[in-house]
Design a protein around this ligand. Structure first.
Ligand SMILES: [Mg+2]
Length: 407
């Protein structure tokens, strides 16, 4: 690969032996509702309009689910501890999240998407990718589809959404953020490389703080610098991730919009600086369940199984799981079950642990769960403990979804 920045998509396609349609022919729209939860709250309660609104539960460990633009002016952001938000803006109005309401708005938005395409990949309640290469209304361009969607959301829901349009998913997502709020931005294939060149590497999907630091150590801070680094060099440093970085820096992302992709599990785990006793794990389990609970609330489906994962100081991995007849209805209930699973760990009392994780899996449609409740009767409480698994690492592949999303 040449090291020059003068490198067209066609060159990239040829070098990577990609069929043309993978590079330039798809039309992808990324739609992202603007500060979704906070906007729904302000829409439904006129007294909240124009005021700094923070959607968060009260509590020492609570984090901000969403902040209105007025609150963001004080530096309040999603996923920030609620106590910190309170300090930043004491006059902020704190509203507890009402996920049932957000979910119903989200379903309406998905109905609007479905008028245009069946290829919809939701990322959360307020974001989705749409492949509109073929669109149901036969609109000539993806931009027309995005305009129509934004207009429908405004007219039918009195809410705003930002849209990004590009020939692949990652560029569409960058584009939707570009004119936020209430914006629309198109990245055309022939402009993609110039557009990416000056952007910081952290704009690329999968480049978090750690990767950003590693790249900075190599003198790579912009996507252009990344592109000018040879593919082989990046593979040398980062293996498969290096190959992916090279493709992204060249504006390539082959991942299709995948309407069947559903969350398989949600989990959160914590590795400690020093090994902890079982007793010391309990507050950690509380933190992790809170996190998992907040993530789970964004799903349209609910999970059936709760999993506890432990890794001892000697690197032995244990998981214990439970499938209660009803999924917990609060973070506290989830925590109780996770804590109860620790009693099924039969290890010497002086065992120390280097990691604990909490996860949920076995997602089912809510309607299915309702039916099941009816079948079982509301008082059914029997549990179906599963066999523990000594070697499996079922939570090892933590879902890549971030719980910091509503921005
Ligand atoms: Mg959003």
């Amino acid at each position: 690969m040449p090291d020059s920045g003068l490198y067209s998509l066609n060159d990239v396609r040829r070098d990577l032996r990609l069929p043309e349609q993978h590079v330039a022919m798809r039309k992808i729209v990324h739609v992202d509702m603007d500060v979704f939860y906070a906007s729904v709250e302000q829409r439904d309660d006129p007294t909240l309009r124009g005021r700094p609104v923070v959607v968060a539960w009260r509590g020492a460990r609570s984090v901000v689910c969403a902040a209105s633009y007025e609150a963001r002016r004080y530096g309040i952001r999603s996923a920030m501890p609620a106590l910190r938000a309170e300090r930043l803006c004491p006059e902020a109005v704190f509203v507890p999240p009402d996920f049932a309401r957000y979910r119903s708005v989200s379903e309406h938005v998905r109905g609007i998407f479905a008028r245009h395409t069946k290829l919809i990949e939701p990322l959360s309640l307020d974001e989705a990718y749409l492949d509109v290469t073929q669109n149901r209304q036969g609109l000539p361009s993806a931009t027309d589809v995005a305009r129509s969607i934004r207009a429908s959301i405004r007219e039918e829901l009195s809410l705003t959404a930002s849209a990004g349009i590009a020939y692949n998913k990652f560029l569409a997502k960058i584009a939707s953020d570009w004119r936020k709020p209430d914006g629309l931005f198109v990245i055309r294939p022939e402009r993609a490389l110039d557009f990416l060149t000056p952007l910081p590497v952290a704009r690329l999907p999968g480049v978090g703080k750690v990767m950003e630091q590693k790249l900075a150590a190599l003198g790579l801070t912009t996507i252009g610098e990344l592109r000018n680094t040879g593919r082989e060099d990046l593979i040398h440093h980062f293996g498969r991730s290096g190959a992916r970085l090279n493709e992204l820096a060249n504006g390539i992302d082959l991942q299709p919009v995948c309407s069947e992709r559903l969350t398989q599990s949600i989990s959160s785990e914590d590795t400690f600086e020093r090994d902890l006793s079982m007793g010391e794990l309990l507050p950690k389990i509380a933190e992790l369940t809170e996190r998992v609970w907040q993530l789970a609330a964004r799903e349209s489906r609910i999970a059936r199984t709760i999993v506890l994962k432990l890794k001892t100081s000697t690197f032995r991995v244990l998981t214990r799981s439970e499938t209660p007849s009803h999924f917990p209805t609060s973070a506290d209930e989830l925590e109780q079950i996770a804590v109860a699973l620790t009693t099924r760990v039969d290890l010497p009392a002086d065992t120390r642990f280097r990691l604990v994780g909490v996860g949920i899996s076995g997602f089912v449609e809510r309607s299915w769960e309702k039916q099941r409740e009816l079948d079982l009767g509301s008082l059914a409480t029997h549990r179906q403990p599963s066999q523990g698994d000594e070697s499996g690492d079922s939570l090892g592949a933590t879902t890549s979804r971030s719980w910091i999303t509503d921005v």
